[in-house]
Design a protein around this ligand. Structure first.
Ligand code: AHR
Length: 707
């Protein structure tokens, strides 16, 4: 075909394809854009060929999922409904670093506290003198409490404590809040105590309730605070005060709004709704680095994260803040239940982030048994297994459908060479007891064949696009399948911008095309609390890792462009991957950065040509649709010829779902949560062979009726 024919065809195509806005102005704009694009380039027209008669893979039912860990205030200060920060007063814990050889995993090592110190994230109200007190604690797990000495107080001048939550306490109109706490008092003081929700400036009291009958023994007190029809706000505090002088102690001071699906100890509704809308099929938990911890005593010790929340000691996490473990193993499972996701369980495998490890052998066995018990907790029957019975006690009567267990996390960082042996010991024990389970390795091993290997990729946009054909040439004969358990195009902070979404979509096309060997994948990190982000970073920041899928503060949340890219891929996955090939894909030049550690003046790697157009095709057999995904990362419109062979009929009408931005720097934020969102509309001009022009910086999903 001559270039002029091409040109004419693009014009006709642009006039007929009419996405969403079939207005003359839109057609005129599209026509100009096509002329500009074609005039600019002598490049041949890219062609994407789709074989409707050749199924390259069945789409795995759990292809799109979530990866999660406590990072960026993901749970406490994020998804977990709890609104009080440092509710158990243990954020000041002094924990000894214990080397693995001195550490007994079955033993509980209580943290120590400086008696008399003021607790983090609480402030005194009025004349109260507040101090941490390790004497006479609530229990061994919460082995400290907050002592309040009130020498003078009155109704006009109450005394007590205030908590500002995780960068605010959200007040929503007509909302109800469950308050609970444990308290005891010195002789002569019975209260009453007043719990209230107030604006931080003290001008507005949204709700208050009185609590009577404190005694010398620890008792639990509960009440509900209900707010009137007020404007939503987050610059608020929770207060616990008295107007009567005296001394009392409190512990586990908790404030919960209504949770998603009203689950007790459950999750924040708005964030859950964002997740639910993307229909994730599995949840990889509890990490990530969080499963490993910096030291053995700081690993995710699942046995200390179950049972009543006031019996969970909590721990310091590797992301440098305290976790009460109110969001523990049962809550991960509850989250799976809320969103109908399958758990993908990562177990601690005897290696920590500070490179402490226990080599394979008898010393490692306790951790292997710990993992077996954890699997029993998730899957065990209440009648015949102890840990299954414990799960039922914790509120989950039915065993969870578990298929995948991951041994550790990123054990490629273990330079001791111990992973091969550690993996084999876990693998053998798990396979012996649970032969049906698929075992995931986190680094290559030689003495066992893992069912699955977890590969992680954090990349710039260019780098992600440069590797967007990585798996097309992977060995199909290998027995080990691939789980891309962490990946992200890290452009944009705190959440990725459109450039990030483009890199992500290019990568997801690669994952889809290769779904015969890629079983599942998940973006990471999932969450970020955007309330306190400083340059340079501060230890008190709410973000430890930038480019996170979903951002929020105490009151509202939003999905990044990357979230919407995930969502539209997940909602349009189909059940069969069709064989595809492409010709004449356009490229752009990219100068890769100098490798880490290279000296100034050292030559940089050569400039590479990176593809700027990406594709994948699947079929929804039930609905009779062929789904074509095209990513145009270029700043100009890109005409593409799409040829579908092997189908009896492909209709000329269909739908297009498009996520695009004016430029790659555009993004979403708390202030503009829906600046970039997908739009779906009817389109024409499709068929077995058609040319369509894809907008600059765009991700397009075409659904075509086909037989
Ligand atoms: O996702 C952030 C961190 O990146 C994870 O905790 C770790 O597995 C990876 O290095």
């Amino acid at each position: 075909m001559q270039k002029s024919d091409n040109c004419l065809m693009h014009l006709i195509n642009a006039l007929t394809q009419r996405l969403l806005l079939p207005k003359p102005a839109a057609i005129f704009a599209a026509t100009c854009a096509v002329f500009a694009a074609v005039a600019q380039s002598n490049a041949p027209l890219p062609v994407v060929e789709i074989r409707a008669d050749k199924v390259a893979a069945r789409m795995p039912p759990t292809f799109y999922g979530l990866m999660t860990e406590e990072i960026n205030y993901a749970f406490e200060g994020g998804l977990y409904g709890e609104l009080i920060r440092n509710r158990a007063f243990k954020a000041d814990a002094i924990q000894k670093i214990i080397k693995p050889e001195d550490y007994d995993p079955a033993k509980y090592y209580p943290a120590k506290f400086t008696n008399g110190a003021a607790p983090k994230f609480w402030s005194a109200v009025g004349n109260a003198v507040v101090s941490l007190d390790s004497n006479n604690p609530l229990n061994a797990a919460l082995n400290v409490s907050l002592k309040l000495d009130v020498a003078s107080a009155s109704p006009n001048s109450p005394a007590g404590i205030a908590n500002g939550g995780f960068w605010g306490i959200p007040i929503r109109p007509r909302a109800g809040y469950q308050v609970s706490f444990f308290a005891r008092s010195a002789a002569g003081f019975a209260g009453p105590l007043v719990v209230s929700l107030e604006s931080a400036d003290g001008k507005t009291v949204f709700a208050r309730a009185e609590i009577f009958g404190l005694t010398g023994d620890w008792q639990k007190y509960e009440t509900t605070l209900t707010v009137k029809k007020v404007k939503p706000s987050r610059e608020n505090v929770f207060k616990l005060t008295t107007s009567v002088p005296g001394t009392f102690w409190v512990q586990q001071v908790s404030l919960f709004p209504q949770t998603y699906q009203n689950r007790p100890n459950g999750n924040r509704a708005d964030i859950s709704q964002l997740l639910a809308a993307a229909q994730p099929k599995f949840l990889r938990f509890p990490g990530g680095n969080y499963v490993e911890g910096d030291y053995f005593s700081e690993r995710f010790n699942w046995k200390e994260t179950i049972g009543p929340v006031e019996l969970r000691p909590g721990h310091r996490s590797c992301w440098n803040y305290w976790s009460t473990d109110g969001f523990g193993l049962p809550e991960f499972l509850g989250w799976c239940q809320d969103l109908n996701m399958e758990p993908v369980l990562a177990v601690f495998a005897g290696y920590t982030l500070k490179h402490d490890y226990i080599a394979a052998g008898p010393e490692l066995e306790a951790y292997v048994q710990e993992a077996l018990a954890e699997i029993e907790y998730v899957t065990g029957d209440a009648a015949t297994t102890d840990w299954g019975a414990q799960r039922v006690k914790d509120g989950y009567p039915n065993p969870f459908p578990l298929r995948y267990v991951e041994i550790g996390n990123e054990d490629n960082f273990d330079k001791s060479g111990s992973y091969d042996g550690r993996f084999a010991q876990f693998y053998d024990a798990i396979k012996a007891k649970y032969p049906e389970l698929q075992i995931i390795a986190t680094a290559p091993v030689t003495n066992r064949v893992p069912d699955v290997i977890d590969e992680h990729f954090y990349r710039s946009e260019e780098d992600m696009e440069a590797q967007a054909f990585l798996y097309d040439s992977r060995d199909r004969a290998a027995k080990t399948k691939i789980f891309v358990g962490e990946w992200a195009t890290r452009v944009g902070s705190p959440t990725p911008n459109m450039a990030g979404a483009l890199g992500d979509a290019a990568w997801m096309c690669c994952l889809e095309r290769n779904a015969d060997i890629v079983l599942m994948h998940c973006y990471a990190p999932l969450f970020v609390n955007v309330s306190a982000i400083n340059t340079p970073k501060k230890p008190t920041d709410s973000m430890q890792w930038s480019s996170d899928l979903i951002g929020y503060d105490a009151l509202t949340s939003y999905g990044s462009p990357s979230y919407y890219a995930q969502k539209i891929f997940s909602l349009h996955q189909g059940d069969e991957v069709l064989a595809t090939s492409a010709k004449d894909l356009p490229t752009y030049p990219w100068q890769p950065p100098a490798p880490k550690g290279s000296q100034p003046g050292q030559p940089r790697p050569p400039v590479r040509q990176v593809k700027s157009l990406f594709y994948s095709a699947t079929r929804d057999t039930q609905r009779g649709k062929i789904i074509v995904k095209i990513v145009n990362r270029a700043d100009a419109p890109q005409p593409v010829k799409i040829e579908i062979t092997g189908a009896h009929m492909v209709a000329s009408k269909g739908t297009a779902t498009v996520l695009k931005a004016k430029n790659r720097d555009e993004t979403n934020s708390l202030g503009q949560p829906e600046h970039i969102v997908p739009e779906t509309g009817k389109v024409r001009g499709l068929g077995a062979s058609f040319t369509r022009t894809f907008p600059p910086c765009s991700i397009t999903i075409l659904e075509l009726d086909a037989k």
